[in-house]
Design a protein around this ligand. Sequence first.
Ligand code: FUC
Length: 346
Amino acid sequence: MRIDIKDILGKWKEYTLFNDMGMTVSVLDYGGIITEIMVPDRNGKFGNVVLGFKNYTEYEQNHSNYFGAIIGRVAGRIEDASFEINNQPYHLEANEGHHQLHGGSKGFHQVKWSVTPFQNKKAVGIRLDHKSIDGEGGYPGNIDITVTYTLTNDNKLTLEYSATSDKTTALALTNHSYFNLNGDLKNTVENHHVTIDSGHFVELNQELIPTGRLISVDETSFDFRGGRLLKEGFEDVSVQNKIAGKGYDHYFVFDHHLENNAVVQESSSGRIMTMKTDQPGMVMYTSNTLMDGLELKEGPSRRYLGVCLETQSSPASLHHEGFPSVILPAGECYQKQTVFTFGLQS
Ligand code: FUC
């Protein structure tokens, strides 16, 4: 195992983690962005399984896709860019209509994190630290945040998030990697077979804001408990698939009935990715609104090119009862982890 460090544009660093199986994970200090993950297909040929820009300047200039980045303070959409804690109102920057998306325009995806690489017998990784100041972007509390990326020889990539705030605040961190198990963007994710341990998802209105209702996945294209191809949702005529731009952009609440919270499989390459987390749910976004023609590492972007599994609590909890809370009480430790394991179909 080892870590390579590359200078990027004279202002950032890219850390590439290598395990003994040949798997690599590359991460920028800017945004904590995962720029590349190389894993083998069933013939032992390595390919990149995440979307990333060809030119690094694009990460700064074109951040509305949040490729691979750490998202915060609150991932997802906050209705009317405001919320209350103990009757105290907080007003945030509205960066999508009158709502806030993914922490606003100066969210954690735009921060240069301070990075400490580490290596021991079992693992190689980096620790990213950032301090967000009380009142920043309208959010209360000085928060110290640490995100750790760890790679082990069983092809597991573990993302750990920890934080503490000196005031009660809202916090929901996630990573916004777009996975494509074909490798090197050979195809869209329409033939990705996905299993999700979830019997309910959050209903969205036309502005993609949660209505406050949880819908049962029974008899819908949102029932991934037995596995299904993503294209079934791309082609489905249901209102919820259409609202999301003909696909998925919804929060799924986990049932904890299955071994993994999610499994993604792609049969032509034979690649499988399993995901396990202690988060209560995730947004699955299938790049329904990804624009054409961005210059990515292996070719131009297009719709449905990646699938994001954004493990997190739900910002809907700020305005409605019955959703996993994003409130972090003062002095308490926020501690979450998500593990992505890469393997091959048997
Ligand atoms: C996801 C979605 C949004 C948005 C963004 C790029 O997290 O929830 O709709 O398009 O990513």
